[in-house]
Design a protein around this ligand. Structure first.
Ligand code: SF4
Ligand code: SF4
Length: 382
């Protein structure tokens, strides 16, 4: 039987498999649709026969190129995304026949105008608020517009049956990911946070969803069995940290590394690279377009106002994962998450009575020393 360490070692070694998989599919005539945000309804793309692919913004290497067009004091995620696209360093962007963006934060939606000069873009207009009936109607219309655009671009008809099929697959993937993430609910957790992040990344770049679901179930089973047989890989002394805030991919993973080197363990990612989009399933009993619109409108992102769903989700996750402390990771110049951090602090320290720390960082490695000092002091205090 495969050892638990080997599962993660394989994932690290095969992290580039997604590129090969998509290259082969493209050579066989598949259409690729690039996406940036978890508001994008992947089910609609897949029902059109397209392959939805998350586009890269993983490191700072492309930021100097991006800064020839974009201002320096802009969120590094936006600059890195744009830089990867214009320098042709993101293979998923190169393979994309169409790119989908949403009107989330100001920097991102304005950057999409420039991306539209080099790739066909489809922009979904996201309402600023999500609570009124008219917000739902607006967003539902946007889902229909996306469906019509994909039908036109790819010369296909997206039937309700195809949508239902994709809803079922993606719900199953969400459940499989949540089951894997639940291994961190155990005391002590069965896995490290770095490993949890690795599995989320693996699912993101695995395009054959039935295979990904099968792999996720097998991984969960293997780790669970080893745990039940007494294997304890994570010490019970490590303070359990929940990470919230901006997306955690690529260069920002430095924060996870430091937390675990300094004696903590990350048990949950509330961010959109983690559980945020997975928590709510799509209602399989409803009209598929209504159900898709309803689910994605509820993504608790700081770009919508108010964003009470995020505070509710945080309280639920702190309890479920038995977090001892929360680290709020803010990317420099991300105003929405930065402003919202005051409310997050109120929820964490006020309602849940556990320690809270806010970290502002970027894609460089220049602040490693400072991060280490602050995170180490935070963990020691718990
Ligand atoms: S934080 Fe909001 S805008 Fe950014 S990727 Fe997530 S859902 Fe999209
Ligand atoms: S991290 Fe903030 S500023 Fe950057 S893209 Fe996401 S919402 Fe926009």
């Amino acid at each position: 039987m495969i050892k638990v360490e080997d599962i993660f070692e394989n994932l690290r070694e095969n992290s580039k498999n997604g590129v090969i998989e998509i290259k082969n599919a493209k050579e066989n005539g598949a259409k690729v649709v690039g996406t940036y945000c978890v508001f994008t309804p992947w089910e609609v793309i897949a029902a059109a026969g397209g392959i939805p692919a998350t586009l890269c913004s993983t490191n700072e290497s492309t930021i100097p190129d991006a800064e020839k067009v974009l201002p320096r004091n802009l969120c590094p995620l936006i600059k890195s995304s744009y830089g990867f696209a214009i320098t042709d360093k993101c293979p998923y962007f190169s393979f994309s026949d169409l790119v989908i963006g949403e009107t989330t934060c100001d920097g991102k939606k304005k950057m999409y105008e420039y991306l539209g000069r080099i790739k066909p873009m489809h922009i979904m207009q996201l309402p600023q608020t999500i609570e009124r009936e008219e917000d739902f109607e607006m967003w539902r219309r946007e889902v229909v517009c996306l469906k019509e655009r994909l039908e036109k671009e790819f010369g296909v008809t997206i039937t309700d049956e195809k949508l239902r099929e994709q809803i079922k697959i993606r719900n199953e993937e969400r459940n499989a990911l949540k089951d894997f993430a639940s291994l961190s609910k155990l005391t002590p957790p069965a896995i490290y946070g770095e490993e949890l992040q690795l599995v989320f990344n693996h699912a993101k770049t695995g395009f054959d969803k039935e295979r990904v679901i099968k792999e996720l179930k097998e991984m969960t089973q293997t780790v669970k069995e080893a745990y039940e047989n007494g294997e304890r890989r994570v010490s019970g002394d490590r303070p359990r940290i929940l990470i919230t805030g901006c997306p955690m991919g690529g260069a920002v993973e430095k924060v996870i590394k430091i937390i675990e080197e300094e004696g903590g363990v990350v048990v949950c990612y509330e961010n959109c690279s983690g559980i945020k989009e997975k928590q709510e399933l799509i209602d399989e009993g409803k009209d598929p377009i209504d159900a898709i619109a309803e689910k994605y409108l509820k993504v608790p992102c700081s770009c919508t106002s108010p964003n009470k769903n995020r505070m509710d989700l945080l309280e639920t996750l702190i309890d479920e994962y038995k977090a001892d402390g929360v680290i709020d990771v803010i990317l420099q110049a991300c105003h929405t998450y930065n402003v919202e951090s005051f409310s997050v602090k109120e929820v964490v320290k006020g309602n849940k009575k556990i320690p809270y720390m806010n970290i502002e960082t970027d894609y460089s490695q220049n602040d490693l020393g400072q991060l280490k000092t602050r995170i180490s002091a935070f963990i020691e205090m718990m």
